[in-house]
Write a protein that binds this ligand. Structure first.
Ligand SMILES: [Zn+2]
Length: 70
């Protein structure tokens, strides 16, 4: 017996797993989708991107954001 809800969940899970694996592989090669700060456009260092995978802000803007929003 096939449960359609389970099947959809499986599909979502496998898609997510693939996306995460692709992101990790890209990071391992020093390639990421967020090479520039979303806020000011300055380049985000590879070290920072490795420390915080998927970050969209440079250290300066992230600090400013944390100060502003706590
Ligand atoms: Zn910035």
């Amino acid at each position: 017996m096939v449960d359609h809800a389970d099947k959809a969940q499986d599909l979502i899970q496998s898609t997510l797993t693939k996306a995460i694996a692709a992101n990790k592989a890209a990071l391992a090669q020093g390639i990421t989708r967020h090479e520039e700060c979303f806020d000011c456009g300055d380049p985000i260092s590879v070290a920072r991107q490795k420390a915080i995978p998927g970050t969209t802000l440079c250290a300066y803007c992230k600090e400013a954001q944390e100060r502003e929003y706590g």
